[in-house]
Design a binder for this molecule. Structure first.
Ligand SMILES: [Cu+2]
Length: 382
């Protein structure tokens, strides 16, 4: 504590001495004040401006070179290429405009740097020039916005008559749950007031549409099927982010939000994708290095990483936000059907959980064997 006080006193004494010398400087009548910029100062600033634009360009090129490979690779949804296209066009336009305007801004700051005796030109306005720099951005931005709206509507639109699959994605601090609508393809009603015991999603079990609903903690999707996601949140704002599918939607407590897409690449096929293979190899290199360090300390090594699609939370929602993720598996329609068929309905799980005590212990054992066989089945299929 005394050390800190001495330090503060020393700093304050330093500041006082500096202020005193400044006052002394200002009292010296007749000498040139260092506070006013002269030609040399202006020249230095002019060249610094030029150097700064050079720095921006060099850093841009370096970023593309050093981190360019980290951008998302092959899209795994039908609308993915449209979305990537929109993104690419926007980035190219931004890149061109930014390169030109930053150059002009910094070049003029250099060219017209202050010089003794030089006066600025009085230039009130030029309507032609103003028209040009208003109309060009208006056309460009209107084009981008219209193209964006068109793409967005194309992505979000689905026909009620279409053969779609309804899936609910439920967010809460800190995890995800998925509800499949079952054979009737209708999600039963749900409300936070119905949350009780194993009914963690608050499904209204009295609703006939809810009887065949199934709740899982992995999101499986059949390739080529249009999926309509209904998002709900139990507590705070979350955001369901599925980067490989170019999909993101906020999950808002008290309302149902929606996103629609067709998964086009199975998990197995994506693992064979060149870009994914490179990324996996890079991650495993890092893990191998870390494993060596761990083994040297006598700890167990890390398992090698294999690629899986992920659903992530993209809204900072609390302490464990970073870990709020769920595996997504895209598989063939047959594999998907087999996987879902093995899952019990929520209604049957509810019945078992609330069954009289004497029959209750038998059921979970049976359940476990069923789950085990599905795991083995799923592994064999993979
Ligand atoms: Cu979250």
């Amino acid at each position: 504590m005394t050390g800190l006080l001495v330090f503060i006193i020393l700093v304050l004494v330093g500041v006082a001495i500096w202020q005193l010398t400044k006052i002394f400087d200002l009292t010296q009548v007749g000498t040139a004040s260092t506070e006013v910029a002269d030609d040399r100062d202006n020249s230095v600033n002019g060249y610094l401006m030029f150097a700064f634009v050079g720095f921006i360009y060099i850093f841009t090129i370096y970023s593309i070179y050093a981190w360019g490979h980290l951008v998302l690779g092959t899209p795994a949804s039908e609308h993915g290429p449209d979305y990537d296209n929109l993104m690419a066009i926007s980035l190219v336009i931004i890149f061109i405009v930014q390169t030109i305007t930053q150059f002009l801004l910094h070049y003029f700051a250099f060219k017209y740097r202050g010089k003794q005796g030089q006066k600025a030109l009085y230039f009130a306005d030029n309507s032609k020039l103003e028209a040009v720099w208003t109309i060009i951005p208006v056309i460009t931005l209107a084009g981008l916005i219209l193209y964006g709206l068109y793409t967005w509507n194309n992505i979000m639109f689905y026909d009620n008559e279409e053969d779609v699959m309804y899936v609910e994605v439920y967010a809460k601090q800190f995890g995800w749950e998925v509800r499949y609508s079952g054979t009737d393809n209708t999600l039963g009603k749900a409300n936070v007031r119905f949350i009780e015991g194993i009914n963690t999603l608050g499904v209204d079990l009295a609703d006939p549409a809810a009887q065949d609903d199934k709740v899982t903690n992995e999101l499986h999707l059949p390739k080529g099927k249009k999926v309509v996601f209904k998002f709900r949140s139990q507590d705070v704002l979350h955001s369901a982010y599925m980067p490989h599918f170019r999909a993101q939607m906020n999950c808002v407590p008290g309302m149902i939000t929606q996103f629609t897409y067709v998964p086009t690449v199975t998990t197995a096929d994506m693992r064979e994708d060149d870009n994914i293979k490179e990324n996996v190899a890079r991650i495993n290199e890092i893990r191998a290095k870390k494993s060596k360090e761990l083994e040297a300390k006598g700890e167990s090594a890390l398992e090698p990483y294999t690629f899986d699609y992920l659903l992530l939370c993209n809204k900072i929602c609390g302490a464990s936000h970073y870990n709020m993720q769920m595996k997504i598996v895209v598989e063939t329609p047959e594999e998907f059907k087999a996987w879902l068929a093995e899952k019990p309905t929520l209604a049957s799980q509810w019945k078992e959980a609330n069954a009289p005590a004497e029959t209750a212990p038998v059921v979970p054992e049976v359940m476990e064997t069923v789950v085990d066989t599905t795991k083995v089945l799923a592994q064999n299929l993979n």
